[in-house]
Write a protein that binds this ligand. Sequence first.
Ligand code: GDG
Length: 461
Amino acid sequence: MSRLIVISNRVAAPTTSHSGAQGGLAVALSSALQEAGGIWFGWSGEVTEEFTGQLSFQRGEGYTTATVDLEEHDVEEYYDGYANRTLWPLFHYRIDLAEYERSFAGGYQRVNERLAETARPLIEPEDRIWIQDYHMFPLGEELRKRGCRNRMGFFLHIPWPPPRLLTTLPEARELLETLFAYDLVGFHTEEWLRSFEEGAVNILGATSDGETLSLNGRTVRMIASPIGIDAEDFTALAASPRARLSFRQMRDSAVGRDMIVGVDRLDYSKGLEERFLGYERFLQEHPEERKEVFLLQIAPPSRAAVETYQKIRTALDGLSGRINGAYADIDWVPLRYVNQGYPRDVLAGIYRAARIGLVTPLRDGLNLVAKEYVAAQDPEDPGVLILSRFAGAAEQLTEAVLVNPYSAEEISDAIALALKMPREERVARWQALNENIQREDVFWWLRRFTSALDTVEAMVD
Ligand code: GDG
């Protein structure tokens, strides 16, 4: 097997500690690299006065990381700017929040050129290159310009917007064109794949045979391949001593009440306001349940430099205060809203203690929390997953209670249904869900993508 070069905005240290605060993608990619061996290249997360392209290496089990520092205005324009103030909202259908600034687009292009220049000497002719996510659309093209003829794949972890929305981006054509530098592009779902195909056909005039797109003599293959979790490992984590301890602490603090849990980065795409409103509706409509349940929402802040994230935080502070003010009693708080992160094993114990996993993004590429919640359940007495129809994971997790996250009534009804669901039905639904997440795990995702990359006809310029 030839080496794998993974390139992504941020890089996780080679030794994966399960009790660390790592996100799902970081855990997935480090598992993937440990299997194939190779290099993981990206931004160090550090800022330097002047960009030098100086690499820092860290060698660990299975793979090496190579990172580079960026200048402050690089971070402002490329990361906070184009990636998180332009592309993220647009790709999550929020053109009302997207900011279109030429300086962001310019900075994004400059950083991708700098990253290509820095990564180029690391790449050997036989390596397979796998570029991740919306921070790096033009990187493949920049590597091609620098003579890379390797097999090259790209995977998008977020949705792809419908063409009507994409055309609001001033650089829509250029962005679509850069994807033709790859041999293979991957998406979590068929829906995102078809939106991309439609954009390439309608906006660029590319031709499609359903599996490949062609434009000006270049051909790119498309694949829908939903990412998974390391399900076996997560299930084991849920049985670890720290998870057991956090399970017991949660059950004790619940004093016989049913816990509903939400775990999300504090992001407007996750539908937290709508979730709180749905829960408020449930409290209104079901007075008999009031002291029988509580919602624990864990929401560590992210991208705090971006104004829209400050606004959503303020909105959630207000809403959680209002709900608790209206419904709390001296011996009961309906909403525990927590703005900090917890180690993964503690989280696993919390998932297991929750009667309901409430995962209601307005739009999500996939959503790993839904899968982690399932993996952590007690097979004899599992909880119920309530999942947004608009999360990519809903294509696979059809036995969840699926809801429209914009409808407070549907969220309220789903909570009521889940609380009353008989054990046999919970077990049957959970078994089907668990079978899916154990089978289509992160290694399945890795093999599907890399074997498609291995068999695709490599680009000849
Ligand atoms: C993007 C796409 C796609 C959260 N709080 C804590 C914590 N987390 C971990 C979760 C999970 C991960 O972060 C979040 O993953 P998601 O998939 O839910 O969402 P994004 O961060 O938006 O990820 C998404 C994903 O990429 C992969 O392709 O599924 O659609 O948006 O693993 O557990 N982890 C710890 N403490 C916390 O408090 N340790």
